[in-house]
Structures are given as C-alpha cells and as structure tokens.
Design a protein. Structure first.
Length: 355
C-alpha cells in the first residue's frame, strides 16, 4: 500500500513564518480559505498570524486529498460522492495539531477504502495506457493520416495496435497432410508427413514471416510433392525411411532462415486410391493362399514319404506285420456288430499260395 506524506515546517518570526516543502512532498497554498496554488519543494515565507497558519494548514490538509486525487489520478468523476470516500484522516490531523510542526500521513485501515483505491489505480493505469496506445485498424489508403490524428480514422478503432505474440520454446510437432499428388508411374496418392522442430530465434520467427508454422508447412508440402512425382509407387512403398531424410535436407535451410530448427521428419502414412488398395489386397491374399498351398503340399509329401518308409519296414519283418495286424484287429473289435474269425485268413492265404 502506497502512502502520501505532507509536512509543513515553520520557524516563528515577528512578521513571517517560513515553510519548508521537502522533495518528496507537495504544498498547498490557501488564501482566504481558497486553494490558490500548488507549492513545489523549497522554502516559503508568509506574513500571517500563527493561529491563522495552523487553521489554514488544517483546512489545507482536509482539502489536500481531493487535490492530490485529482492531480495524480485525474479522475473523470470529481463529484463529492466519489472523493469523500477517500478522505478518512480528519482524526489523524487532530492528533498532529499539538505541535508546531505539522505532519500528515494518509493511512487506509478500512477495507472498503482500500478496495476503492485499488479500483481507482487500476482504472487510471488503463486510461494512461489507452492514452498513449490507440486502438487503430486503419486501411492502407489512409494510413498516412495517422500522424495527423484526423477525425476520419476515429471510426476505425477496432483492434489493438499493439499485439503480444506468445512463442513456445519447447519442441513442437507439425503434421503435414498431403494433397493429391501423382507418382512417376501415374498413380494418385496422398503422403502425410510429421515434422519435429523448435524455435531457435523467437524474434526472427515472429518478424520474418506472417506465420512461421504456415511457411514451414507449405515448404514441406512442396518438397513432398516433388519427391512423389520423381518416384514410382513401388519405390515409395519400399523406401519409406528415405523420404524423411530427403525432406529434412531440403527444408532445413529455409527453417533456419525464419528462426526455426528442423529436428526430424518422418513419413506417417501413404494413402492409396480405393481400386489400388483392392488390387493390392488381392495380391496379398493370393500370396498368402500360395504360401498356404505350398506349405500344405510340402507337409503331404513329407507324410507320404513317412508312410512309405513305414510300409517298407513293416513288410520286411513278419513279426512287425503280425503286430500291426493285431492292432488293426483291436480297432475292429471295438465295434460290437463285428464278427472275427481267427486262423482262417492265414490258412486260406497259404492254400492259395501253394496252388
């Protein structure tokens, strides 16, 4: 809280009294009860009676607040209802009248008074700023008349003349959405790219171009279009990592010239037309089916080879053949409707062989 101090020192003389106004103080001269002038720091002598001096200084202190408020704050509304609310020091003056040296210190204890003072100071700061910085939005054809303060531009006060730009110094991400572009083999595609950058020179970024983000976006977009037109679709799909390095190399110098540092660029995705996607899906599906058929055939060959080897081994040994026959009979016997005749089969086979 800021306080104002007013002091009046005087030395008694037969005809005159001397007043000293310090450098940090303001003096008020009253003649016949009326405020005549404001006294700057220095020494002053007035030929008046001591009692009159005390009374006049007392009245000056009562009036002093209105004067200072009007001088320092330059209030538009100077009505008594406004100014009287900050004249709250009459009791302090009564305590200070005991001595020949008058001193005044304005102190706010009342919460309402403190709040009023905050509002006044805020209002005055705003008015002082607006006094020096006009809100002007002036067309080019009458821009020369600004210095003349012609009334013709009064109606053009819309937007602030002073603009505050916030510059983010952290690492930023820019997503570049590609427009339709044609590859070297006449395929229409879209390439989406992501760029990581930060602002190295904030002053250059703010003043060199209207929008550094839009400038970087447009430059990357043009480089991507040139790269796509110089390569086929198969090359783009095969060399996805190459395009990021190419863009970084081509755009880095321009980014530096507008106060930016391009850190990394990468290809996000390649968007193909619907018919191209369907054709590629069919190719992929055919490749998968071919691989599945090949694997199935390979497994069947391996299984047949294993069966052939097993049959060869079984046929070369009668004991193994007998064992396999018994295993087969066991499986057949699991069915209750099956009748099995043992021994007949072997005798019949021998009889046939002997004939």
């Amino acid at each position: 809280m800021v306080s104002w101090t007013f002091k009046a020192h005087f030395k008694e003389d037969k005809m005159q009294k001397e007043y000293i106004i310090e450098e940090h103080e303001i003096g008020l001269k009253y003649v016949d009860g009326k405020l005549e002038s404001e006294l700057k720091p220095g020494k002053y002598k007035f030929g008046v009676h001591e009692k009159d001096i005390k009374e006049r200084i007392y009245k000056a202190n009562k009036k002093k607040d209105d004067f200072l408020v009007e001088s320092f704050y330059d209030l538009e509304d100077k009505s008594p209802e406004v100014t009287k609310r900050i004249r709250d020091y009459e009791e302090q003056l009564k305590r200070l009248r005991k001595k020949s040296i008058f001193s005044f210190l304005k102190i706010y204890d009342d919460e309402e008074i403190r709040e009023l003072r905050k509002q006044i100071e805020k209002k005055i700061r705003y008015e002082k700023i607006n006094h020096y910085f006009l809100n002007l939005e002036v067309p080019e054809k009458i821009r020369e008349k600004i210095i003349e303060f012609d009334k013709e531009i009064e109606e053009a006060r819309k937007e602030p003349l002073i603009e505050i730009k916030k510059i983010d110094k952290r690492q930023l991400t820019l997503t570049v959405t590609g427009q339709e572009m044609i590859t070297n083999d006449k395929v229409t595609i879209r390439l989406n790219v992501i760029a990581q950058y930060n602002i190295k020179d904030a002053k250059k970024a703010a003043n060199s171009v209207v929008s550094y983000e839009n400038r970087l976006y447009q430059q990357i977009q043009m480089v991507v279009r040139d790269y796509a037109s110089a390569n086929t679709l198969d090359q783009l799909l095969t060399n996805k990592n190459v395009i990021g390095k190419y863009i970084l190399k081509e755009v880095k110098d321009l980014a530096t010239s507008i106060g930016l540092e391009l850190i990394e660029v990468g290809l996000k995705d390649i968007i193909l037309p619907g018919e191209i996607r369907e054709a590629m899906n069919k190719v992929v599906e055919a490749e998968r089916q071919g691989k599945a058929t090949f694997i199935k055939a390979r497994e069947e060959v391996a299984a047949a080879r294993a069966l052939a080897n097993a049959a060869k081994i079984i046929s070369s040994d009668e004991n193994i053949l007998k064992l396999k026959q018994m295993e087969a009979l066991k499986e057949i016997a699991n069915s209750p409707s099956t009748t099995i005749y043992f021994g007949i089969g072997d005798d019949l086979i021998r009889a046939i062989k002997n004939k």
